[in-house]
Write a protein of this length. Structure first.
Length: 191
């Protein structure tokens, strides 16, 4: 039986795996207890989903803030290319296949591809959100144990430099650009 890795332990373990690569790229570790790194005004951190438990495990994603405020927040796993996504999908299926199956395999509630909850059997978790690995979907990486986290770290390490490269504000958040445009257009409206 594999031991479920709680959020606090996830952050500690993943930090130990990713910190050397982040340091090599010029990033500094942030607050103890969380897996986050800073470089100038940019902060990169791992976020664990609130939808987790000892039966299905948890999922995490990588976020980045560039500049001040939340307007610069983006999910960095959106930067995965097609080859990365194919490899990631295969790894996800391997991790889910390692989960212990209760007998009987009852249905559990998970977040589906439309953002709502769906009922699926534990063995069908990989199919609960079939479009997750399609570009430009929001990608969340599932884990249950330390071994799963080790596998995801091995997947992420060679991709960190590309995923943490800076980008312009318009690329960072399309809503930020839209808000600026609406303010600009609003200045032409008669009062």
């Amino acid at each position: 039986m594999r031991d479920y890795l709680k959020s606090k332990d996830f952050h500690r373990h993943m930090r130990s795996l990713l910190a050397p690569k982040f340091r090599a790229l010029g990033w500094e570790s942030q607050t103890a207890g969380k897996c986050s790194f800073a470089r100038g005004r940019r902060v990169c951190w791992l976020q664990v989903s609130q939808y987790s438990n000892s039966l299905i495990g948890a999922k995490f994603t990588i976020n980045m803030t560039e500049g001040s405020g939340s307007a610069g927040d983006i999910r960095r796993l959106r930067r995965l290319d097609e080859a990365d996504r194919a490899f990631g999908k295969a790894l996800e299926e391997t991790i889910i296949a390692r989960l212990a199956r209760p007998d009987p395999d009852s249905e559990i509630e998970v977040v589906g591809d439309n953002g709502g909850t769906v009922l699926v059997k534990l063995g069908d978790l990989a199919r609960a959100n079939p479009r997750q690995w399609e570009i430009p979907s929001d990608v969340w990486l599932p884990y249950f144990s330390k071994g799963d986290v080790d596998d995801w770290a091995a997947f992420l390490l060679p991709r960190l430099e590309r995923m943490t490269a800076p980008c312009s504000p318009e690329v960072i958040d399309p809503q930020l650009w839209a808000q600026r445009f609406c303010r600009f257009i609003g200045s032409f409206r008669s009062k």
